[in-house]
Design a protein around this ligand. Sequence first.
Ligand SMILES: NC(=O)c1ccc[n+]([C@@H]2O[C@H](COP(=O)([O-])OP(=O)(O)OC[C@H]3O[C@@H](n4cnc5c(N)ncnc54)[C@H](OP(=O)(O)O)[C@@H]3O)[C@@H](O)[C@H]2O)c1
Length: 294
Amino acid sequence: MSWKSSAIQDLSGKTVVITGSNSGLGLASSHALAAKGAHVIMTARDEQRGWAAKAKVEHAIPGASVEVRRLDTASLDSVRAFANEFSGPLDILINNAGIMAIPFSQSVDGYEMHLATNHLGHFALTASLLESLKAAPSARVVTVSSVAAKQTAMSFNDITTDAGYEKWSAYARSKLANLLFTYELHRKLQSSGSTISVLAAHPGLSSTNLFPDDSGRMGGIVKRVAQSADAGALPQLFAATSPTAQSGQYYGPSFAEFRGGPKLLKVPKQAVDQGQAIALWNQSMEVTGSNFAF
Ligand SMILES: NC(=O)c1ccc[n+]([C@@H]2O[C@H](COP(=O)([O-])OP(=O)(O)OC[C@H]3O[C@@H](n4cnc5c(N)ncnc54)[C@H](OP(=O)(O)O)[C@@H]3O)[C@@H](O)[C@H]2O)c1
């Protein structure tokens, strides 16, 4: 599909929240959605980086309606503080922030950092913003996963300690959690008769700060073969805006899920295991103290 962000319809009057919007795919998505007239709430864990990103969007799109708010997905207090300050209908939530393959560390709440940043924070955020999503006529929640989700099985042990820790497995588990969460939320909202759509997307391989300049040989290879952040953001933008995208769908790049325009993907088998999805849901509810008011 040779879909481009220029195909996005007019989004005037729509409000968008994007996590991790100061860099990479989040910044590219902020840019594309602001260009179509949406009011984009660019969230960042570091407000200085958020302000710098906002300035870039405003420079590229004079008159863009953007604001910056602090949101650290690895802190449940930060997630709650953001949600408490948020008011009004929310049309699009893009759960995009992420970290990849870092040495073992724990979030302020005591959970393994990939799971906390990439999944638990987004789970709690979505729950906290559900009333605002319900207040929009046909809201969408898009969560950004990865091909890494295919390379693992869900495990529920050791979410606090470094027992058996391996950084790539930890990343893959968090990205599978993004998909399991997407499908369980989709099922729960559908059965409650909600008009909210829930989708997932992944960017293939995109040149962003996920692969820092000092990430050695692998980082060098990635920089040479990866597509741009603007191209990598297309699947999440399609999922967030296309009139043809539907709840429960998963989009990624068309060429071998590696690069190219957005394409509807087959969901990895691990992600459609409802037993695992419910187990993850229950664990996430307990760990985050969330309440989804369906
Ligand atoms: N790039 C790829 O090839 C690729 C492939 C598959 C999946 N993905 C997924 O795409 C998403 C976006 O990543 P990217 O490639 O755009 O990387 P990126 O350029 O590093 O952007 C990641 C964003 O997430 C933010 N972030 C990290 N920890 C956070 C936290 N605790 N709270 C709030 N924000 C936090 C970062 O903020 P700071 O700037 O403060 O660090 C940054 O804004 C991630 O979910 C990643 O797993 C990317």
